[in-house]
Design a protein around this ligand. Structure first.
Ligand code: NAD
Ligand code: MG
Length: 334
């Protein structure tokens, strides 16, 4: 049996996690060396023991899955992400903003002072509500725009609605994606292939096309790509193709939009503990060992990438365009 409690929601680990989760979670922060406070700042945290490591429980949800039903629940920064005004006054649209990397980015953006619109599938309303509440608790505008991105008309309307309700648009995160493990090419139906291409390639194309004319100089577009763009798994053929396409799109659009003063970059996560993985994205066998083969020996949590999205969106990141920033626990590329 592996740990099934909620994750520690702060770098100073909760008493509950310390008492109940040390064995499976492998919390190194209980050792004196890991707890040693730096003179000016918070305690150092050993990245190896910061979050749960395998073995994980087998678990399966129908696509697209809910973060709230995962065991353990992912950490999207609900308690732990602290902002400091880095995105004050900014207006962001995040697709797949209900869970995973999108939710971590949405929470961080709001804590940094941005108003945030999120898109998600209607089946994910429960996760999305939590995110909207967290955004509004920061005193920021939180806009919920559910709908299916495989439809061009919806994508165009999504951008128009986001810009209308936020009063503009200067951050776009193309993050939503479909991932389904299939052992052989013969197992990928044309319907599967089409759904993956529509969600992961067409939707960011349609959304970006609608967004660019509305985005002023200084705006930022961020693609969530993957280590799969560089080192594809044999059971993720169609998905990995799309992640390579997302990476390429970030680079070509960065060149094209430089003359408008709009930056375009990518984030390439390694194995991250999100609903995507427990709703058909990984085999049960892979899930039980998830992230165990990385040098850090565990999967990442969405909040561990939140700062990358903030950095790529903020004015301070002004010389980064056409770049892909990775976070993969020591494995993967870039
Ligand atoms: P996630 O399940 O939390 O997020 C994916 C989101 O995509 C869903 O929440 C859903 O709202 C959205 N989505 C899917 N199909 C949609 C559709 N037809 N219409 C509207 N929305 C739709 O999982 P995640 O892992 O956070 O995924 C976010 C991004 O991270 C994806 O681009 C994924 O490729 C990338 N990524 C994930 C991992 C990982 O290990 N989890 C690794 C590398 C890259
Ligand atoms: Mg979701």
């Amino acid at each position: 049996m592996s740990e099934t409690k909620d994750l520690p929601q702060d770098s100073t680990l909760s008493r509950r996690a310390m008492v109940g989760g040390v064995a499976a979670v492998g919390i190194a922060a209980s050792t004196p060396a890991a707890e040693a406070a730096t003179p000016a700042g918070p305690a150092l945290v050993d990245p190896r023991g910061k979050y749960p490591k395998p073995p994980f429980d087998k678990q399966e949800q129908p696509w697209p899955g809910l973060a709230r039903d995962m065991r353990p629940r992912p950490d999207h920064g609900e308690q732990s992400y602290k902002g400091s005004g880095r995105l004050r006054g900014r207006k962001a649209l995040v697709t797949g903003g209900d869970s995973g990397m999108g939710r971590a980015a949405a929470i961080a953006f709001a804590r940094e002072g941005a108003d945030v619109a999120i898109n998600y599938l209607p089946a994910e309303e429960a996760d999305a509500r939590e995110v909207i509440d967290l955004i509004r608790r920061e005193g920021r505008k939180g806009v919920a725009l559910p709908g299916d991105l495989r439809d061009e008309a919806f994508c165009t309307k999504l951008v128009a609605d986001a810009a209308a309700q936020l009063g503009g648009l200067d951050i776009l995160v193309n993050n939503a994606a479909r991932q389904q493990t299939k052992p052989t090419i013969g197992d990928i139906s044309s319907e599967d292939f089409d759904a993956t291409m529509k969600t992961n390639i067409y939707a960011p194309f349609w959304i970006t096309k609608a967004a660019v004319p509305r985005m002023p100089p200084g705006s930022a577009i961020i693609m969530t790509t993957s280590e799969q763009a560089y080192d594809p798994s044999k059971d993720l053929v169609d998905y990995a193709m799309t992640k390579a396409a997302n990476m390429s799109f970030a680079k070509s659009m960065a060149k094209q939009l430089a003359e408008k003063g709009i930056r375009v970059n990518g984030v390439a996560p390694g194995p991250i503990w999100t609903p995507l993985q427990v709703s058909g994205g990984a085999t049960q066998e892979k899930l039980q060992k998830f992230g165990g083969d990385t040098p850090l020996g565990r999967p990442g949590q969405p909040v561990e990438l939140a700062g990358i999205y903030v950095q790529l969106a903020e004015n301070a990141g002004s010389y980064a365009t056409g770049q892909v920033y990775g976070a993969a626990g020591g494995s993967g590329q870039p």
